[in-house]
Write a protein that binds this ligand. Sequence first.
Ligand SMILES: *Cc1c(COP(=O)(O)O)cnc(C)c1O
Length: 379
Amino acid sequence: MSRPEIRMVDLQTQYARIQHEVDDAIASVLNSTAFIQGPPVQKFAQELAAYTGAKHVVPCANGTDALQIAMMALGLEPGDEVILPVHTYVATAEVIALLRLKPVFVDVDMDSFTVAVDQVRSKITPRTKAMVPVHLYGQCAHMEPLLALAQEFGLHVIEDAAQSLGAMYSFSSGQRQSSGTMGVIGCTSFFPSKNLGCFGDGGAVFVNDSALADTIQMIASHGQRVKYQHDIIGVNSRLDTLQAAILSVKLKYLPEYERNRQAAAAHYDRALKDISWLTLPARMPYSTHVFHQYTVRVGAGQRDNLKKYLEQQGVPTMIYYPIPLHWQKAYRQPGVAEGAFPITEQLSKEVLSLPIHTEMTEAQLSYICECIIRFGIHG
Ligand SMILES: *Cc1c(COP(=O)(O)O)cnc(C)c1O
């Protein structure tokens, strides 16, 4: 079997395909020297609003900042509790803790990898003020029951859509909505490897309420609406003009990028479906999947062995996430012991994300699948 070169994410090939357009966009910003808040920033914000159906898009410096700005804008007080899935990237919990709010973890669902909806209610206390569903790996959390619960208890819903830009959620009414636009605030990231990635750090906040959008815009800009007039405490969090110009080019290709990811996922599905010790990613009936990650579960205690074997064969893989948040030194909580979140703990031992990106070839996919099948025979 010939060995194609395989990367977890192939940004080189992706750039090569759109190099002229991107280079032109960059050159135009360089010539303008409007590096901070140049016209491309608002242009991109409007394009992304149109793409997602969000009323307002406020660009910022990264996805973590987007989450922090969202929490700040809602006026949460120290000690207020915020519910979030324990199987997520650290940033989700980090901003909560940073603002002296209390992260309240909930386990996830084994099939969807997103928050276990039926466990949320029991976590709600009089101090609960918000919940942060995370649309992990590119598929929406089950928003309809979460929104109903939030309504019942008067909670803010802040969506972490860093991995799910473009994923569509279907309500039982038949209405479909873009991830990040269903809660009171949605947050996303343009980290290079995300589904819409820039050439550095970037992020954005989605919001439908105009007054809240104004507050969010102010917070991202040192709490000012008018220069040197600081009405509230803010932060310095801007999307560079260069990044915005690049993102405008790449946003045009996002539907194609999404199809390419879905085609790669379909290839994996077909080739790996009969392997008894692998559980392939489920497609939940309420969401499309934009495959930020193609994450399988490896049974029989073989995950780490399979990872090592694939590495030897030139196939990179990743584990998202190897250590559950409630076991992390910075996020341990009294009374939350080992075994508190059995699904997340099991996932940390079983999940493996296979290479998936916008440029995968049939040859690469076939090679990866043959390696996995071969591991099954000899492993
Ligand atoms: C990437 C990511 C973030 C943070 O985004 P940055 O731009 O890296 O700050 C937050 N949450 C999730 C789930 C992510 O995957």
